[in-house]
Design a binder for this molecule. Structure first.
Ligand SMILES: Nc1ncnc2c1ncn2[C@@H]1O[C@H](COP(=O)(O)OP(=O)(O)OP(=O)(O)O)[C@@H](O)[C@H]1O
Length: 755
């Protein structure tokens, strides 16, 4: 591959700009011919309103923010020309100009000569000029390309809002004429009743090509216009009494709603609100459509079998089969419980059995529409009459993750392009179709709530549930920064992270994450030693094996009775361990792998949840917190995040914040992880502290009750010995830890790293 010198690049840019300018003039000339002498632009109107100059005769001063300059006499007129091919070309051309705007601005700032010749001698009054102004459009300024986009989206089932990319006087006049208008001055958003939609669309169409309307998809409108389905309470009488009688009022509502939606629904209540109970109640109501297939995570298959036997006693035991291995025969059982993995492997046999009712537990497992598991699930749902998806966190990072799940509930709602264009800011990029963004999230929330998703938070439906508080604990730096080498390594990671991008940055962050586990483990163990003295039951979550092992050693050394569940733990032993922790008062600690145990188990015996490591996914952390904070919890729960500053924790904490903001807009994430009190005094103005609330402490001394007061710095030789062990562990485990990290199918979450 040959490379260009900077002067060659500059030359190429100049040529490209000249070509674009020539094309622009050509298009404008043809537009002018096709419309006689009436070619005008909205610029004048826009400009006037923005600077308060309403005198059409007054020639306006040239502003660097103006993109095109129309003759003053024409400025007050807005042509009502219909869309011509020239217009379309013109708008795409203007979009191209927008793309090169930044380049041009750079050229100009370098003091370069104007990169292209103005046609016809540069008559500034009648000739368009290229604005090289600031990127930030001030309200009321003309948009590049002389047109604005007006995006319409639903904000409730009967109201829609309008987002415009700039000010347009006539468009505002149209808004003001709508009978149901409402203007929110803070957000500068107009909204209207759906009854005004048609009229607004017609009037705005008159402002073409200066106003480009993006309307609401018909499917969305139809959905909103449908008469609401009123759930019938009487259906509860048809459900197995043992289960129906146990349902809490909000669970009854959920069951009635799901039945009203004909048993095709995503039940996405917050974790621990009894989705299993609701799903089984719906399944029991539609038992004529069985056989029933329950697909869940490998570790929760047995617990589903137990729930079915407990809650649906009329289902004979021999009706229920749990698919545990590859060799097993898929029989005629009325109820089959399988893991996702087994479902994939037995696809053909499951297809033949034709399950009429399917439950997908932890359905976010199906978030990747290209994964084999998801395509298998889709095939099965296509032939099933009822499909119930259960997840407290249906999307872990972005709206795209909802698409495949929605398809299983209603394959006709929207296709991939429609959905991603509308809700994922889908666009063509150098690498193909990019659907990793988000757009029209308010509308997506409306649609989900209307028909597809049932979502209640603990706060809403279970206010009596014991409270949950969150704390961040900055680990003692003396136990993290044990020697110069550690400091140098972490500094180097921080530096590399700042200067890298894309995949390279992801790789660095993964290594940094693994290294952080190593350097933190000593301080984490010191913290655990103090916690053990409190004699309260607690859970400690970690991700890397090096951290899990260090904590295990620490607990064993302290002779604490604890359970450990990680990815290697067999599922039968897993439920035994859970029982031990729940029932034995002597068992004080549950050491859990963040990935293997963030869902599907109940550990309400714990009062404190400690996170020795962070995860880059807010949903994983929220799921993990809900192991103890769920129905059945009677004591307040404290979640403590142990963090070491100037490590990967800084970056990951930041990522969490960004992701949870997106998810909360769609209404599927109710937590604010950053809403926490801190229990250690910051020693300098590092990033983590910026997110601490309620207030930042600038004290350099440990605060009262600070974790620091418990710590004493260990002698240096002891540090060295420990570091040697850490180094060995690093060599042995680093590779497998990174692999495990990627195997989680969440590595794509790094794509929206924003640091
Ligand atoms: N109506 C009920 N009566 C008694 N206990 C209930 C009821 N509903 C739920 N529970 C209990 O609450 C806990 C959480 O229930 P379940 O596991 O169904 O919640 P979930 O929403 O599926 O949670 P997760 O999302 O974490 O899987 C369980 O221990 C369950 O036995």
């Amino acid at each position: 591959m040959s490379t260009c010198s900077s002067s060659e690049i500059a030359e190429k840019k100049r040529i490209a700009l000249a070509k674009l300018q020539a094309k622009k003039s050509q298009l404008l000339a043809s537009a002018s011919t096709s419309n006689g002498n009436s070619t005008t632009t909205a610029t004048g109107a826009l400009q006037q309103s923005s600077n308060g100059n309403s005198n059409p005769k007054q020639p306006q001063a040239k502003s660097p923010l103006n993109f095109y300059r129309s003759p003053p006499a024409a400025q007050n007129k807005i042509s009502r020309i219909g869309p011509t091919s020239g217009d379309n070309k013109s708008s795409s051309f203007l979009n191209a100009l927008k793309a090169i705007k930044q380049t041009s601005a750079r050229e100009l700032s370098r003091g370069a000569a104007h990169p292209y010749q103005r046609p016809n001698g540069g008559n500034e009054r009648s000739r368009p000029t290229l604005s090289l102004g600031s990127d930030k459009e001030k309200p009321g300024t003309v948009q590049l390309g002389n047109s604005i986009t007006c995006n319409l989206y639903m904000v409730s089932t009967h109201r829609f809002a309008v987002h415009t990319t700039g000010y347009h006087e006539k468009l505002v006049a149209v808004f003001k004429n709508m009978p149901t208008k409402s203007y929110e001055s803070q957000t500068r958003i107009w909204s209207f009743d759906l009854s005004d939609y048609q009229s607004l669309e017609t009037h705005a169409a008159d402002l073409k090509p200066y106003v480009h309307m993006v309307g609401i998809p018909k499917k969305v409108m139809d959905l909103c216009r449908q008469p609401p389905i009123v759930p019938e309470r009487s259906v509860l009488a048809s459900i197995e009494p043992k289960l129906a009688d146990q349902l809490m009022p909000f669970q009854q509502d959920g069951v009635c709603f799901s039945i009203a939606q004909k048993g095709r629904i995503m039940i996405c209540d917050e974790m621990g609100l009894g989705k299993t109970y609701q799903a089984l109640a719906v399944a029991d109501y539609f038992k004529d459509d069985w056989p029933l297939l329950v697909c869940t995570t490998a570790s929760t298959r047995d617990s589903w079998a137990k729930h079915i036997m407990d809650l649906l006693p009329r289902v004979p035991i021999h009706y229920v089969q749990v698919l545990n291995n590859n060799q097993q025969y898929v029989g005629e059982a009325k109820v089959l419980i399988t893991s996702y993995n087994m479902m994939e492997r037995h696809e053909d046999k499951l297809m033949q059995r034709k399950y009429g009712f399917i439950i997908f537990d932890e359905s976010h497992t199906l978030k990747n529409s290209k994964a084999k598991c998801t395509t298998t699930a889709k095939r099965l749902t296509d032939q099933a009459k009822r499909v119930v998806l259960l997840s407290g966190t249906p999307a872990l990072s972005r709206p795209l993750e909802l698409f495949s799940q929605l398809q299983m509930v209603d394959s006709k709602f929207m296709n991939f392009m429609e959905f991603t264009t509308r809700y994922c800011d889908g666009k063509q990029s150098t690498f193909g179709w990019d659907a990793s963004g988000q757009s029209n999230l308010e509308e997506l929330k409306v649609i989900l709530n209307l028909k597809y998703m049932l979502r209640r938070t603990k706060m809403e439906v279970l206010p009596q549930l014991a409270e949950k508080n969150r704390e961040t604990v900055v680990l003692d730096p003396a136990l993290v920064w044990t020697n110069d080498e550690t400091k140098d390594t972490l500094d180097a990671f921080n530096k590399e992270l700042k200067t890298s991008k894309g995949r390279a940055m992801e790789e660095i962050l993964l290594r940094f994450y693994a290294r952080t586990a190593e350097v933190k483990s000593r301080a984490v163990c010191a913290y655990i030693k103090t916690l053990v003295k409190e004699q309260k039951k607690f859970i400690i979550f970690a991700h890397h094996r090096v951290m899990m092992d260090a904590i295990s050693d620490c607990l064993s050394g302290l002779k604490v009775h604890y359970i450990r569940i990680d990815g290697q733990t067999r599922s039968d032993l897993r439920s035994d361990s859970v029982d031990t922790f729940q029932k034995k008062s002597s068992c004080k600690v549950a050491l859990l792998s963040l990935k293997a145990c963030n869902s599907g188990i109940t550990l309400t015996a714990a009062e404190i949840i400690v996170f020795a490591e962070l995860d880059w996914n807010p949903s994983t952390l929220a799921q993990a917190e809900s192991r103890a904070h769920r129905i059945g919890q009677t004591k307040p729960v404290i979640c403590r995040y142990l963090m070491a500053h100037n490590t990967a924790d800084d970056t990951i904490w930041n990522m969490l914040k960004n992701k949870q903001e997106v998810l909360s807009k769609v209404g599927i994430f109710a937590e604010n992880l950053q809403k926490a009190t801190h229990t250690a005094a910051p020693t300098s103005s590092h990033k983590i502290e910026e997110y601490f609330s309620p207030s930042k402490s600038t004290s350099l001394k440990p605060e009262n009750n600070s974790i620091k007061q418990y710590f004493t710095a260990a002698p240096v030789n002891e540090h060295r010995e420990k570091n040697n062990n850490v180094e060995k562990a690093k060599e042995n485990k680093a590779e497998s830890d990174i692999a495990a990290f990627f195997n989680d199918d969440d590595d794509e979450a790094f794509l929206d790293l924003d640091i």
